[in-house]
Each structure stands twice: as structure tokens, then as C-alpha cells.
Design a binder for this molecule. Structure first.
Ligand code: SF4
Ligand code: SF4
Length: 443
């Protein structure tokens, strides 16, 4: 298939990175890509969406990867999966890959194996230069569910549903498929978690996920997990702490030991990122140390510095991501980015195993032996389709109040020339409201 034709199909189907970032997928397609790396690491504890898709839809993934390889003129596609999860892959399909351009590569059971810089290194041996993107080394990184969404788009089906793991302090862990735009509170209630008294919900993994606003938050194309924890759990307490308090604690208690930087996965890959310096400069208002601030642009927000590195219970991850956000907002860029040629020699001894992470997070008791795929016929009366659930410009509504729509109809699109994607109705109904944030559709 012609590359432009593929890009149009993927853009029209509204496909964005389903792993959490939400980058419009069609923009990543390029004839400069030589290796397609499929992110099957699913490295955040308790998350099981990709596991389900790998187990049940491997042939569809392989067929789609072959189409991507042909369209981009790539040399190969590499599915990067942890050795402990190899049993999920159908052995007959695995055997059929022998000698083909679709390969499976076992990666170590470390966190954050799914960070695209770490994953690219673990699957190809290449280090993406600082401040750069995978295509600079001829690589495209794509999430498992995103590949599956491309498979569906090639069959004419746009993104109107999302696979989500529900777990944490729950009687069982389940993976469900829910309509985009459904209220998260309603989804949890239908799944038997309507009573959340004394509990809080995290959208995403325990390391990088965000607290859910149960009043307003809805399922988006990037909702991957809804994890329920007691309000008193340190994961919730840390996410709730205001930035002013996080900075005050850092300024009072940081001993400048730099253990946070020593375990930073991107530092270990050779990047000049020293989060202890960012934390010090931010918490002491040392604004003259511009490099300490600019280095946060290299941070992926993984949280290893906070959960594994800091023994003083400080939160360098939060401070680094806050600074990174401010840099982006003000268009400030680091100019002295370099391309590391090799990883730091101490890297192999400082890798963080998933097991250590689970213990440090205090969530061992929430790890269940299995996750069930549960078919639930979600039938919401109203959905709230966010106009911005992706990186780039918001989609502009193409419908107005009173319009009748069917599931799969295009209802919004980012204007041509801007980074963005297409939005579709996820239920049959009537548009009851269009505002700055949502298109609301009711039955
Ligand atoms: S969150 Fe911390 S450990 Fe992770 S990349 Fe950023 S500074 Fe490094
Ligand atoms: S590990 Fe904690 S105490 Fe040590 S430098 Fe980093 S933030 Fe400060």
C-alpha cells in the first residue's frame, strides 16, 4: 500500500498512540523508518491491556506489521516483549515468523522498558540522541494496541473503543473494552466499583498515571488502566501533594546525594540529565543555573528517581516534569544536546527490576495471578467526546447541537496543516452540546 494512502486511512480512523502519549500515529510514518519497534513491554505494574491483545490478536498484529513494512520500505519489525510474557504468544504463529521480516525480541524485565529511548536501545542497540525522536536513528516505536487499531482501520473501523485494565485494590483484575467518551465513574460503577468511599483512582500506571477526577473525566483514546487504591496509599498521597509543598520539602530535606540521578534510566543511557541539579535549582530558586532547568527536557517522567532513588521521600520526578512542562509552555529549548555513543558502564548494575519496583511502591498485595478479559456490554446513555485527547491541536467540531449521529461517524477533525487527528461518535444518538472541551452525545 502506498505510504500516503496508509497515512490517510490512519488519520481518518483517528488513530493516536494508545500507550498513553496520544501522538497522532500517521505523522510517525516515514520512508526513513528502517526498523519498526513494537512496544509490548507494558512495563507499568498492574497494566495488562497489551498482554490481552498479544494473546488474542497476534496474527492480526503480524499481518498489519507486514503492511507497515511494505508501505514504509522498512527492513524489519521487532516486537519487544519481556521474556516472562513470551508464553502469551501463540507458538504456531511464532514459528511462522522464522526467516520473515517480523521478529520477536525478548527484553529484560525492567522498568521503564517501555520508555521509547530504553526500548529502542534494548531492541536495536541504538541510542536516540538527546532531545531527538526515534526516526533520527531510523526507528519508529509503536504500541501494541495502536498496531491493532491500524488493523481495524484497514478494515474500515475507526477508533471508538478503548481497552482498559481495571485493577489495584479490587477483588479481581479485568480488561474491558469501553466506548470512548464514557464517564469513568459510570464505567467503574458498571464494573462493580461504584462505591469508592476512601479510595482514589489513577488513570494509567502507578508510576506515571494521573489521579482521576471522577466528576469530569471520561474514557479517551489513551486511557489504558484505571487503578483503584486507598486514599491513604503513598501513591495517592504523592500524586495529591501540591507542587508548593513538594518544593518546600525538597528545599528542606535534599542532601544532594544524587542517588536520584544515579538511577535515572536516561542518565544511564548516557544522557546529560541530572535531576538532583534540577531539584536543587527549582527548590532554591537558583534561576542562574539554566542548564539544570533545561536538562529536564530530557526527562520521560518515569519516576525511578522518586520511587527507587530518593531515600528522603522527596519527589524529583514531579519537579522535573513540572519544569519540563514550563519549558514547553514558554518554548524554551536546550541547545547543547548530544548523541551518546554508548551507555554508562554502571548501567547494567543499576537497572530496576519490576519486582523491586512493585515492592518499593508497596503494591505487592495488589498483584493478582491473572487478569480476565471481561466482555461487558457498556451502554452509556451519554458520551463526552474530548476534542483534545492527543498531542497537537484540538479537533474542531463538525457537528452542532441537534445533529443525529451514528457510532463511527466523523464528528470532529483537527484543521489541515495542524498536528492532530479525527474524532468519531462512539454511540448512536443526538448531539446535545458542543463546548470547548467536549462534544456531548445522548441517546
Ligand atoms: S522521571 Fe526521574 S528517573 Fe525518570 S527520566 Fe525523569 S529524571 Fe530520570
Ligand atoms: S536522591 Fe533525594 S536527597 Fe538525594 S539528591 Fe536526589 S532528591 Fe536529593
Amino acid at each position: 500500500m502506498d505510504l500516503q494512502e496508509l497515512q490517510k486511512i490512519v488519520c481518518d480512523a483517528g488513530i493516536v498512540g494508545a500507550g498513553g502519549a496520544g501522538f497522532p500515529t500517521h505523522v510517525k510514518f516515514s520512508d526513513k523508518v528502517k526498523q519498526i519497534v513494537v512496544n509490548a513491554a507494558e512495563c507499568e505494574p498492574l497494566m495488562m491491556v497489551d498482554h490481552h491483545i498479544l494473546e488474542h490478536h497476534l496474527q492480526a498484529l503480524v499481518d498489519t506489521l507486514n503492511i507497515l513494512i511494505d508501505s514504509m520500505g522498512a527492513d524489519e519489525a521487532i516486537i519487544g516483549i519481556k521474556g516472562k510474557n513470551m508464553h502469551l504468544l501463540d507458538t504456531k504463529i511464532l514459528a511462522s515468523l522464522e526467516g520473515t521480516k517480523v521478529k520477536v525480541k525478548e527484553i529484560p524485565d525492567i522498568y521503564p522498558a517501555g520508555d521509547e529511548v530504553v526500548l529502542t536501545y534494548e531492541t536495536t542497540g541504538k541510542i536516540i540522541p538527546e532531545g531527538s525522536i526515534p526516526v533520527m536513528v531510523g526507528v519508529m516505536v509503536i504500541n501494541v494496541e495502536t498496531v491493532y487499531n491500524i488493523h481495524k482501520a484497514l478494515g474500515g473501523v475507526p477508533v471508538t473503543e478503548k481497552y482498559i485494565t481495571i485493577g489495584g485494590d479490587t477483588k479481581e483484575d479485568i480488561t474491558v473494552k469501553a466506548p470512548v467518551g464514557m464517564k469513568i465513574s459510570e464505567l467503574l460503577s458498571v464494573c462493580g466499583y461504584g462505591d469508592l468511599d476512601g479510595k482514589a483512582v489513577v488513570n494509567g500506571g502507578p508510576m506515571m498515571g494521573k489521579l482521576v477526577d471522577l466528576e469530569n473525566d471520561t474514557v479517551t483514546k489513551t486511557t489504558k488502566g484505571l487503578l483503584i487504591f486507598p486514599e491513604t496509599h503513598s501513591i495517592i498521597q504523592r500524586k495529591r501533594m501540591p507542587m508548593s509543598m513538594t518544593l518546600k520539602r525538597a528545599s528542606a530535606a535534599c542532601c544532594n546525594c544524587h542517588m536520584c540521578s544515579d538511577v535515572c534510566p536516561r542518565n544511564l543511557l548516557g544522557y546529560d540529565i541530572n535531576v538532583h541539579k534540577t531539584l536543587r535549582a527549582a527548590s532554591h530558586s537558583e534561576v542562574q543555573d539554566t542548564e539544570a532547568f533545561l536538562q529536564s527536557a530530557l526527562c520521560c517522567g518515569c519516576g525511578v528517581c522518586t520511587v527507587i532513588g530518593c531515600q528522603q521521600m522527596l519527589d524529583p520526578q514531579k519537579i522535573s516534569m513540572e519544569v519540563k512542562g514550563l519549558l514547553g509552555k514558554h518554548g524554551l529549548k536546550r541547545k547543547n544536546n548530544k548523541a551518546p555513543e554508548k551507555v554508562r558502564p554502571e548501567r547494567s548494575s543499576r537497572l530496576v527490576s519490576s519486582s523491586l519496583l512493585i515492592d518499593r511502591l508497596g503494591i505487592r498485595k495488589y498483584v493478582k495471578p491473572s487478569v480476565e478479559r471481561r466482555y461487558i456490554d457498556f451502554d452509556p446513555d451519554t458520551v463526552y467526546i474530548e476534542l483534545k485527547q492527543h498531542v497537537g491541536a484540538p479537533a474542531a467540531a463538525l457537528v452542532k447541537k441537534g445533529d443525529k449521529v451514528s457510532a463511527g461517524d466523523v464528528i470532529a477533525k483537527t484543521p489541515d496543516g495542524s498536528l492532530g487527528t479525527t474524532m468519531h461518535a462512539s454511540i448512536n444518538g443526538t448531539v446535545s452540546e458542543v463546548n470547548d472541551r467536549f462534544i456531548i452525545i445522548s441517546k
